[in-house]
Design a protein around this ligand. Structure first.
Ligand SMILES: NC(=O)c1ccc[n+]([C@@H]2O[C@H](COP(=O)([O-])OP(=O)(O)OC[C@H]3O[C@@H](n4cnc5c(N)ncnc54)[C@H](OP(=O)(O)O)[C@@H]3O)[C@@H](O)[C@H]2O)c1
Length: 206
């Protein structure tokens, strides 16, 4: 049985998921965007940062998002940012399919994460991810361009947004270029913690 295709991102209140340039990625606004994640017990466990960390609803959401994911797909720009930032044992622990024009051999890391570089488009990446994920779900990990390709192609079943209390003003806008004539949303869930508002939608065709 095939799982769902979903994405789950942190978004600023004005709709951005990252600064425009990778060099600004670890700046103050990014820290505020991800501030709900860093204190979590699950985040610390997954990156082997040591004991402790906060439990509660944010932690449960982060853990469930990880556990449901049998394979991830990401764009080359997200991979490039992560290639520098992720530790030897990256936080995926599953196959990851990178859509890119660059030809490159698979890159196997510790902890069950192998990055496969896919040169023939989003459908091929999804097919490979489905095979790898078994009955678990497929996460379109990011970034904005890749998520939008899948959304506009009608390939996303569901998505979650952690809306963070930060304004970017500019950057990579999640829904810039969305095919609004095609994509219709149904709100499934909304809940908030002191750090973020978690919104979940099912995606339907108009
Ligand atoms: N806020 C969050 O929760 C969150 C989550 C994930 C990522 N992010 C951020 O998002 C940013 C990256 O997003 P982005 O929109 O700039 O880029 P992206 O979606 O990560 O990558 C886009 C690149 O992927 C390759 N690509 C995409 N579709 C392709 C296709 N169909 N065929 C071949 N190659 C394809 C192309 O690179 P090439 O032509 O060079 O191969 C393209 O320039 C990063 O800063 C990351 O940190 C934020």
């Amino acid at each position: 049985m095939s799982g769902k295709v979903f994405f789950s991102v942190s978004m600023s209140l004005d709709g951005f998921i990252a600064p425009e340039s990778l060099s600004e990625l670890m700046g103050q606004q990014w820290m505020e965007l991800q501030a709900w994640v860093f204190p979590l017990r699950f985040f610390r466990e997954n990156l082997k940062l040591g004991e402790g960390g906060e439990e509660g609803r944010d932690n449960d959401i982060a853990r469930v998002t990880f556990e449901r994911t049998g394979a991830s797909i990401m764009g080359k720009r997200m991979f490039e940012a992560g290639e520098q930032a992720w530790p030897e044992d990256p936080p995926f622990h599953t196959p990851v399919f990178v859509v890119t024009h660059e030809q490159r051999e698979p890159w196997t890391r510790l902890g069950g994460t192998t990055f496969y570089f896919i040169n023939d488009g989003i459908h091929t990446a999804l097919e490979l991810a489905r095979q790898a994920a078994g009955d678990r779900d497929i996460r379109i990990a990011g970034g904005g361009e890749t998520i939008l390709e899948y959304l506009n192609a009608g390939l996303i079943d569901e998505f979650s947004i952690a809306l963070s209390p930060v304004l970017f003003g500019s950057g990579i806008q999640l829904f810039d270029g969305v095919d609004s004539a095609r994509v219709a949303l149904e709100q499934i869930r909304s809940e908030s913690s002191s750090r973020a508002t978690h919104l979940t939608y099912a995606v339907h065709e108009r």
